[in-house]
Design a protein around this ligand. Structure first.
Ligand code: NAI
Length: 256
């Protein structure tokens, strides 16, 4: 028996990076995968790859900051697969790398819309299905920057702190329904988001910047998307059946 045998798992932002690694690992563990993203080519290609590997998978175009999109897609997933057992709230954006006094309201709002409201909308509309499923799991991607500060991207840090406490509140609200809710706190993971952020922050030699940022972690390097995917598999699975309201820190020792 695989660890996620026949569980229907929605993963937001699954077309690239950490979400994509989660989709691959969860499919290997027997899950049926619903990919939510705004990158249609990458999302549809991933669904094809998962089907070639023998997994049941589908792609839905969903901007998580739009409640109507989210509601429609979650109902479509439930209709297609017959249930929803796991929601991985992974979609996120870093936003502009600027100090607080230079940020515009629009820049602030966009980060909150995707990283905070997106988690709210997906959770809100998944709850009725997760309740019906029983023994369900929500995994929210926060960050080391939901635990400690850093002198860059203020709206991102605010959002990741919010996600951390939304996870604890929802863990308490829905424990009696058999829905576990936990947050994951990655250190720097080499993904398109991090590469884009380093370039935006002025890095001219990307490989050198990756090494330099990697050194901020006591283990001496950045993590890989798979390092996070294994944690998400654990929290989604029944191996974590007594784990709720917890913070799983996967950061190479950054916050130790
Ligand atoms: P990424 O930028 O490489 O991938 C994010 C995915 O989310 C993309 O496929 C993108 O199209 C999708 N997405 C963006 N906005 C969306 C929206 N409005 N609706 C639906 N999908 C949307 O990012 P990465 O690095 O894989 O990050 C995944 C999550 O992990 C994010 O929540 C991020 O904040 C968090 N995280 C990442 C860390 C890192 O070092 N890469 C560290 C800590 C947390």
């Amino acid at each position: 028996m695989k660890r996620l045998e026949d569980k229907v798992c929605i993963i937001t932002g699954a077309a690239l990076g950490i979400g994509r690694a989660c989709a691959m690992r969860m499919a290997q563990e027997g899950a049926r995968i619903a990919i939510f993203d705004v990158l249609d080519d990458a999302g549809a290609t991933l669904a094809d790859e998962l089907r070639v590997l023998g997994a049941d998978a589908g792609y839905w175009h969903v901007d998580v900051s739009r409640e109507a999109d989210v509601a429609r897609a979650i109902d479509a997933v439930a209709a297609r697969f017959g249930a929803v057992h796991v929601l991985v709230n992974n979609a996120g954006i870093a936003g502009a790398s600027k100090p607080t006094h230079e940020l515009t309201e629009a820049e602030w709002d966009r980060v909150q819309a995707v990283n905070v409201k997106g988690v709210f909308f997906c959770t809100k509309h998944a709850i009725p299905h997760l309740r019906r499923a029983g023994r369900a799991s929500i995994v929210n991607l926060s960050s080391i920057y939901g635990l400690v500060g850093a002198p860059d991207v203020p709206p991102y840090h605010a959002a990741k702190g919010a996600v951390r406490l939304m996870s604890k509140t929802d863990a308490l609200l829905y424990a009696a329904d058999g829905i576990r809710v936990n947050s994951v706190h990655p250190g720097y993971i080499r993904t398109p988001m991090v590469e884009h952020h380093l370039r935006e922050s002025g890095a001219t030699d990307l490989e050198a910047a990756i090494v330099e940022v990697g050194r901020l972690h006591p283990l001496g390097h950045m993590g890989e998307a798979d390092d996070i995917a294994w944690g998400v598999v654990y929290l989604a699975s029944d191996e974590a059946k007594f784990v709720t309201g917890a913070e799983l820190v996967i950061d190479g020792g950054y916050t130790a």
